[in-house]
Design a protein around this ligand. Sequence first.
Ligand SMILES: [Zn+2]
Length: 237
Amino acid sequence: MVRDTWLDLVHGGCCVGCGRAGRSLCRACAARLPTRGRPTRPTPCPPGLVACSTAGEYDGLLRALVLAHKEQAVLALAGPLAGCLAVALEPFLDPAGRAPVRTLLVPVPSPRHVVRGRGHDPVLRVARRAAARLRRTSGGVVEVAPLLTTRLPVADQAGLDSGARRRNREGTLAVRPGPRAALARTGVPVRVLVVDDVLTTGATVREAQRALEVSGVPVAGVATVAATRRRLPVRAE
Ligand SMILES: [Zn+2]
């Protein structure tokens, strides 16, 4: 909390949504955050990608929240972002009354040097807060399992089309052996959901799904805080 306050002071202590002095997210802007998840699909979609759900479009307020938390470490925004991730996850959870299974949220990892450079792991932080929120609201067993690790350096994704991003990504994530063994030992049915901040081309989450599946961990879905809207029309061929 002290750290949050300090960082907010460093970053000017104003709302990332509207610039009003005070909290890093004012009440009026917080009230504009999405309250329901919705299905989404990258266009074009990587073959075989599981169902994806998001809280909203990666634009305006959501984009400002994601960037200020990730790049400027405005950690006070982890709560509101976790709220968005939680609503994106809700469609995958059990309806009331159904026997619950254990839900594991698997964050998409950032390369270690990126985490070091930022001083924090934004997706992991938001996933933990979202899991805590869903445990409270659903009463179910929702945990974060950082099963994935980066295996190879990933070239900068900016400027690459979706096919190039997929090739760039293939083989870059792997399941850490320790957690996988622990998962196998539990013997309880689990639902594994991949979580990330932004769904763009889907290449990254598809790679996360691939890495989990080749390790014998089926993936039930992907949930993200936000998703980019298709910017270019798909040409009819
Ligand atoms: Zn505001």
